[in-house]
Design a protein around this ligand. Structure first.
Ligand SMILES: Cc1cc2nc3c(=O)[nH]c(=O)nc-3n(C[C@H](O)[C@H](O)[C@H](O)COP(=O)(O)OP(=O)(O)OC[C@H]3O[C@@H](n4cnc5c(N)ncnc54)[C@H](O)[C@@H]3O)c2cc1C
Length: 384
C-alpha cells in the first residue's frame, strides 16, 4: 500500500495550489461579499486543464481518465481549490464530478463529441438538475416531466437549488417519463441553456458558498431532440444515484479543503497571537484543538482517496463514498468551529477568513445527500 500520490497527481497538486493562491485568493472574499461568481475563473481553470479532469483525452480531456486516476485527480484539484474558495470549489465539483462524469459514463459517442470539447476546456460550464421543491432526499419523487412527441421530448416543470444555473451553458436534467413507475420512470437529458423554454428563476440568498449562484430552473414547453436523452428511457434514477457516489467524493474533497484552510489559518494565528506574555499556541487547550483538527483531516483525506481509488478502478464505492463525505463534512464543521474559537473575537469578524470557512463548511453536510442519508447508505451496506 502506497500512501504517496503518483507523480502526475503531485504535479496537478502543485499547479492547482499555485493557481488557487495567485488567482483565487483575492477573489474568494469578494465573491462571498458581493454574492456574485466571477465567471472569468472558469476559463482559467479550463486553461489549466481542471475542467477536463474527468473527460477522456480523445474528447479534449486532461488524460487522467485514460490513466484511470480521474477520481483521485478530481480530489487533488478540489482540495486545493476549496482550500482557498469553496464557491469556486462547488462550481468545479458539479462540472467535473456530476455533469462530465455522468455524460462520460452514460452518454453516447455522438453526445460526447458534440459536448465534451467545449466542456473540457471550460468554454461551456455544466450543471446538474435533480432536486425540486417537493423532491430532495426523496429524489425519486420528482415531478418535472418529459413527454415524447415524435423525435423530441417536451419538458415541463421546475428544478430547485441548481448550482451555477445563471452561467451554466448546459444542464443534465432528470425528468419523469412515466408516472406509473416511481424511480423507474425517471430519464436523464442533456438540455442546452439557450434552448427555448429554459428560464433561470429565483436566486437563493445563502448562508455560505455565497459566491456560487444557486437558483431555480424552469422548463416551459421546452423541446429537446430525442438525441439528447442520456441512456435508456427509465434509467435516469439509477444513473443519478451512481453519479452521486462520485459527487460525494468531490464534496468530501471540498470538506477536506475547507478543513485544511481552518487548520492552516488557525495554526498561523495561534503562533503570532500572544496572551499572558506568550503565543497562544503554547496553551494546551489550543494545541489539542489543532491536534484533533489535523488528525481528523488526515483521516478524512484517507477515506476520500480510498473511495476515489475504488471508483477509478470501476469498483462499487457507495459505502466508502458515503463514509468519506460523512466524516469529512463533520470534520470541516468541527474544524471551522474550533478555528473561530482559536481566533477569539477576531474569528467572529469578517476581517478574517475563518468566519467564511465556518459558513461555507455547513453546506457539506447537506448537499449531495445529508449526513443522515450517508448514515443510511452505510447502515444499509452493513445490513446487506
Ligand atoms: C447550496 C446548495 C446547492 C445545491 N446544488 C444542487 C444542484 O446543483 N443540483 C441539485 O439537483 N440539487 C442541489 N442542491 C439540493 C440538495 O442536494 C438538497 O438540498 C439535499 O439533497 C437535501 O434535500 P432537501 O433540501 O429537500 O431536504 P429534505 O429532503 O427535505 O430533508 C430535510 C431533513 O430531513 C432529513 N431526512 C429526509 N429524509 C430522511 C430519511 N429517510 N431518514 C432520515 N432523515 C431524513 C434530512 O436528512 C434533513 O435533515 C443544492 C442545495 C443547496 C443548499
Amino acid at each position: 500500500m502506497d500512501f504517496q500520490l503518483p507523480e502526475e497527481l503531485q504535479l496537478l497538486q502543485s499547479a492547482t495550489r499555485e493557481f488557487a493562491q495567485t488567482e483565487l485568493k483575492a477573489l474568494a472574499r469578494k465573491m462571498d461579499r458581493d454574492e456574485e461568481f466571477d465567471t472569468s475563473v472558469i476559463a482559467k481553470m479550463g486553461a489549466l486543464g481542471l475542467t477536463g479532469i474527468t473527460i477522456p483525452e480523445a474528447f479534449g480531456g486532461a488524460g487522467f481518465f485514460d490513466n484511470r486516476m480521474h477520481n483521485r485527480a478530481a480530489c487533488v484539484a478540489l482540495e486545493e481549490v476549496n482550500r482557498v474558495c469553496a464557491s469556486t470549489g462547488v462550481t468545479l465539483s458539479v462540472h467535473m464530478s456530476l455533469f462530465s462524469s455522468l455524460l462520460n459514463k452514460y452518454g453516447n459517442e455522438e453526445q460526447k463529441q458534440r459536448v465534451f470539447p467545449k466542456v473540457a476546456n471550460g468554454a461551456w460550464l455544466g450543471a446538474y438538475c435533480l432536486s425540486e421543491a417537493g423532491s430532495g432526499t426523496d429524489a425519486g419523487s420528482l415531478v418535472c416531466e418529459a413527454v415524447r412527441k415524435g423525435d423530441e421530448y417536451v419538458l415541463n416543470g421546475s428544478k430547485l437549488w441548481i448550482t451555477s444555473a445563471p452561467y451554466a451553458d448546459i444542464f443534465i436534467v432528470m425528468a419523469r417519463t412515466s408516472k406509473e413507475h416511481k424511480t423507474r420512470g425517471v430519464t436523464a437529458f442533456l438540455v442546452e441553456a439557450d434552448r427555448q423554454g429554459v428560464k433561470v428563476g429565483k436566486k437563493e440568498k445563502k448562508m455560505g458558498i455565497r459566491g456560487s449562484a444557486t437558483c431555480e430552473v424552469l422548463f416551459e414547453n421546452c423541446r429537446i431532440p430525442a438525441a439528447n436523452r442520456i441512456g435508456e428511457d427509465g434509467k435516469g434514477f439509477g444513473i443519478a444515484l451512481d453519479t452521486l457516489d462520485g459527487g460525494r467524493i468531490g464534496i468530501a474533497a471540498q470538506a477536506v479543503g475547507i478543513a485544511r484552510a481552518c487548520l492552516e489559518d488557525a495554526t498561523a494565528y495561534a503562533k503570532q497571537r500572544e496572551q499572558f506574555g506568550e503565543a497562544i499556541i503554547n496553551f494546551q487547550a489550543v494545541q489539542w484543538m489543532l491536534a484533533d483538527m489535523a488528525t481528523r483531516i488526515d483521516a478524512s483525506r484517507l477515506l476520500m482517496y480510498r473511495a476515489a481509488s475504488l471508483r477509478d478502478k470501476g469498483e462499487s464505492c457507495s459505502k466508502e463514498a458515503a463514509m468519506a463525505k460523512l466524516f469529512a463534512s463533520e470534520t470541516a464543521n468541527k474544524a471551522a468551529k474550533d478555528a473561530v474559537q482559536i481566533f477569539g473575537g477576531n474569528g467572529y469578524s469578517k476581517e478574517y477568513d475563518v468566519e467564511r470557512y465556518f459558513r461555507d463548511a455547513r453546506i457539506t453536510e447537506i448537499y449531495e445527500g445529508t449526513s443522515q442519508v450517508q448514515r443510511i447508505v452505510i447502515a444499509r451496506a452493513l445490513s446487506g
